[in-house]
Write a new protein. Structure first.
Ligand code: AMP
Length: 632
């Protein structure tokens, strides 16, 4: 079967790792580096793409032929890309619901194709290091990647000639890297992962060799890049103020300033001030500036603070408090920044925390009752790739007794009567997971049902995201007779398969939800927050829709009964029914309303129709007895 590689396909850097004789190792690339920049240079002369360090050098000279941070766009629709994103990544193309593409020398590249170029290099370099062909891989993605993003990542792997055995979440992979021999048997950990472009906070539980993600929350558009952009803006202003050119309006200049900004940021993790030098920004202008760590912290504090809400949300979802955690693991290059470590340590009430030249040393006497331990023992750049390699080894049978469980980040369900969301797989369910429900028709002689698959936390279908729609046909039958079983399955890669089956005929359809979701992670967060914010209003809407549905059924049945038996009812009774009917119909004529009021009116109608119901029952009984020849 051959080896399975563990690949961390990162926004900024990518790594490939494997387990050799039980030890997880990162493999160096052809340039002898363990981190391969996720940068792809596509020469306009048609020569083959250049990936990694060489591409990142070219990026400054040929920005229009060099793509970076492509992970931010994979699996997203063009309409989801914000104007700011387009402004920064001016190579982006695509309209409306179509995919985003990157245009280079007149050719449109999909993010999958660009990512495939990175994966091809990782595969090639790993093969060179191992001296054998490798075709199988485990690839990591941020926990918040949805179906479309996971599928696109898988497709990138396939385009690179890899069989993608598993897509796993980055924080889970990181926990695996720490978890195998470091954590005690039963422990709870938080993985704080701040990389170049994405942030995730996951709470995991390790119990008897089983990892389970209790909750995860994050933002696929928050990371070190934002800090770089902030410093770049700041430096550009300083350049202008000191009589230099307007860097913001010149792609070549801005690329230089940005590189200097990131470089300064990284150095400031170790030093307290650094000299930035940008010679000849204009023929007669060179720029020199001393940036202090304090200034960097001022510039970036609010960006780091934005991760806090995600931490709190994740803790709340997992129903744990910081004191219940054993460890807080830091992952992602940006967590090397002392301010990140300090703030995370404060938010999680971490045990003794000492800072020495930017490195955090864990307090010598660590006591459990002092709060969780801030664990920086792994190289934050490598933990994810090493975890992927461990998962690969588990899959190839090399490691046993470790099982990996992830969770579904948002609820999945279908639209049911009245436009309500019917949840089939609740948010934070452990995956892989399978769940189903039986549905029937609401109208006589219905020939098909529309299965509208939704993702989200809101009560009304329209407030959730539509993942896709399909119809299941069946033979006409009276309402309530057809039985349609709908089953949702999220596989180990987090991809959703929906099956709908007419249980009377066995006719069925299985649809893999490949279609793009509104992928934007900030929107995921917003979805969760809105569901809390609108909880009362949503619940009222659900109650109204349900009450309305029932009332409509009663009104229809009453009208039918009246049409048939009105001659046999006493006038006052008939009038009372009419009055009660009118009251209900008046309420039903409005799109929304007070469910309680409607229920009261409905109850009054039920009461008023009792004589009619009795009459209908008597007539039905007579008809039956006659049919059986018991009476004449
Ligand atoms: P990752 O996506 O995990 O590779 O993280 C990359 C991000 O980490 C980039 O924004 C880098 O600028 C940032 N980074 C890497 N090393 C450091 C460092 N020593 N101090 C601060 N940020 C760093």
């Amino acid at each position: 079967m051959g080896r399975i590689l563990g690949i961390d396909l990162g926004t900024t850097n990518s790594l490939v790792a494997m387990v050799d004789s039980g030890i997880p190792l990162v493999l160096a690339d052809a340039e002898g580096q363990r981190l391969t920049p996720s940068v792809v240079h596509i020469p306009s002369d048609g020569s083959p793409p250049v990936v990694g360090r060489r591409a990142s050098h070219v990026r400054l000279l040929k920005p229009a032929e060099t793509v970076y941070s492509i992970k931010r766009f994979i699996g997203r629709r063009a309409s989801e890309i914000t104007p700011e994103e387009r402004a920064v990544n001016y190579l982006l193309r695509g309209e409306g619901a179509g995919p985003v593409t990157v245009e280079i020398a007149g050719r449109a590249w999909t993010p999958e194709e660009i990512s495939a170029e990175i994966l091809k290099k990782l595969k090639r370099d790993a093969e060179a290091a191992l001296g054998e062909t490798v075709t199988r891989a485990v690839i990591t993605v941020p926990a918040y990647f949805n179906d479309a993003q996971r599928n696109a990542t898988k497709k990138a792997g396939e385009l690179a000639g890899l069989i993608v055995e598993r897509i796993i979440n980055e924080p889970t992979a990181a926990a695996l890297a720490y978890g195998l021999n470091r954590l005690k048997e039963n422990s709870r950990i938080a993985v704080y992962d701040l990389g170049g472009g994405t942030f995730d906070l996951s709470i995991l539980e390790l119990r008897e060799g089983v990892f389970q993600v209790l909750a995860t929350n994050g933002n696929t558009r928050l990371g070190g890049d934002d800090i770089d952009a902030r410093i770049t803006q700041f430096l550009s202003r300083q350049i202008l103020n000191s009589g230099g050119p307007d860097a913001q309006s010149d792609p070549l200049l801005i690329a230089r300033v940005r590189e200097a900004a990131e470089d300064a940021k990284i150095r400031l993790s170790r030093e307290t001030d650094v000299e930035i030098s940008l010679p000849f920004l204009a023929p007669t202008f060179s720029f020199n500036y001393k940036l202090t760590r304090a200034r960097l912290e001022d510039l970036s504090r609010d960006i780091i603070q934005r991760t806090r809400a995600h931490c709190l949300r994740s803790l709340a979802d997992a129903r744990v408090e910081p004191k219940d955690l054993d460890q807080v693991i830091l992952v992602g290059g940006q967590t090397r920044m002392p301010l990140v470590r300090q703030l995370v340590s404060e938010w999680f009430d971490c045990a003794e925390f000492e800072e020495t030249r930017g490195n955090v040393r864990l307090g010598a006497e660590y006591h459990r009752d002092k709060g969780p331990q801030l664990n920086t023992s792994q190289n934050p750049d490598e933990a994810v790739a090493l975890g992927a390699a461990i998962q690969a080894e588990i899959l190839s049978g090399g490691l046993q007794n470790v099982l990996l469980l992830d969770v579904a980040p948002l609820s999945l369900g279908i639209e049911t009567f009245g436009g309500l969301m019917n949840v089939i797989i609740p948010r934070n369910s452990t995956i892989p997971v399978k769940a189903g429900e039986m549905f029937t028709t609401a109208v006589d002689n219905q020939r098909s049902v529309l299965i509208h698959v939704l993702q989200g936390e809101r009560e009304r279908a329209k407030d959730n995201w539509s993942l896709g729609k399909f119809t299941l046909d069946f033979d006409p039958a009276p309402k309530g007779v057809p039985r349609v079983g709908v089953q949702f399955e999220i596989d180990a890669n987090g991809i959703l398969h929906v099956l709908a089956r007419d249980t009377n005929t066995g006719q069925q359809k299985i649809v893999e939800m490949k279609s793009a979701v509104d992928v934007d992670d900030a929107a995921v967060q917003q979805m969760v927050e809105e569901s809390v914010e609108h909880a009362f209003e949503d619940m009222a809407a659900r109650q109204w829709i349900e009450a309305r549905w029932r009332a409509q059924e009663t009104v229809a049945a009453t009208r039918k009964g009246l049409a048939q038996y009105s001659g046999e009812l006493e006038a006052p009774i008939q009038e009372q029914i009419e009055r009660a009917l009118k009251a209900v119909e008046e309420l039903l004529s409005h799109e929304s309303g007070n469910a309680k009021q409607l229920k009261q009116a409905h109850a009054a109608l039920d009461e008023a129709t009792k004589p009619l119901a009795d009459l209908m029952m008597d007539r039905a009984m007579e008809a039956l007895l006659k049919k059986r020849g018991i009476i004449q």
